[in-house]
Design a protein around this ligand. Structure first.
Ligand code: PGA
Length: 250
């Protein structure tokens, strides 16, 4: 079973319009030299840049939003609904990122509702899961992943509407990456959970690794069995580095 591969850039809260346009223009020039069917390259800028960047990008460089609200509209000051994100140019939505879980109190139940909303708005949900250092050291990493998959992934998830990103919380923005054996074990475990929950569809969903992925370690990480691509934070702000990660796909 071969899953589609993705390299997804998460700019987080970085980039004003001029920076965003420059990155998209440079990536577009590089994209013209690659075949999008090999693997998809996706960029998730701050929501304020989506509309403008979507006018400039090429079809082979889709955009995503970094979160969306679970309701389609209403009195939710400061939030962005999934149909709004879609209209602004997002075809993907990162959901349940550990920074959202940590700073905005997002639970797996809310993340599942957000995923349902994103899928309903015809976006691909990128659902993030991952254990904290304390959970890993306490031998609970795999049970935490099981619970997150069970609760955060909607029953209607399939390979056309959902991607999973395994991001050990302690590896995000820290420069620490998980050992290849641990990544392999976590991805195999997530695959097993997806298949148990979704049957045959669970075996087709792409599972990305995220957490301090950069050009210098991408080759090794992307070669780990069960890794179908990467969710890249800091290194996605540098065009050459981000594209080198894409080129490191085996
Ligand atoms: P990082 O972030 O690559 O900067 O560690 C990854 C992420 O948060 O998605």
């Amino acid at each position: 079973m071969s899953q589609h591969r993705y390299i997804v850039g998460n700019w987080k809260m970085n980039g004003l319009m001029a920076d965003g346009l420059q990155i998209i223009q440079s990536l577009t020039a590089k994209c013209e030299s690659f075949k999008a069917d090999r693997a998809s390259l996706v960029v998730c800028p701050p929501a304020t840049l989506l509309f403008k960047l979507s006018e400039k990008r090429v079809p082979s460089l889709p955009l995503g939003i970094q979160d969306c609200h679970q309701e389609a509209k209403g009195a939710f000051t400061g939030n962005i609904a999934a149909p709004m994100a879609k209209e602004a140019g997002a075809d993907f939505a990162i959901l349940g990122h550990s920074e959202r879980r940590q700073y905005h109190g997002e639970t797996d139940d809310i993340i599942q509702k957000k995923a349902v909303a994103a899928i309903g708005a015809k976006m691909m949900a990128i659902i993030c899961v991952g254990e904290t250092l304390e959970e890993r050291e306490g031998g609970k990493a795999l049970s935490v992943l099981s619970a997150q998959i069970e609760k955060a992934v909607p029953p209607a998830a399939n390979a056309e509407n959902t991607i999973i990103a395994y991001e050990p919380v302690w590896a995000i923005g820290t420069g620490k990456t998980a050992q290849s054996a641990d990544i392999q074990e976590a991805h195999a475990h997530i695959r097993k959970q997806l298949s148990a929950k979704l049957g045959g569809e669970g075996s087709k969903i792409s599972i990305l690794y995220g957490g301090s992925v950069k050009a210098s370690n991408a080759k090794e990480i992307l070669a780990v069995p069960g890794v179908d691509g990467a969710l890249v934070g800091g290194a996605s702000l540098n065009v050459d580095e981000f594209f080198d990660i894409y080129r490191s796909l085996p």
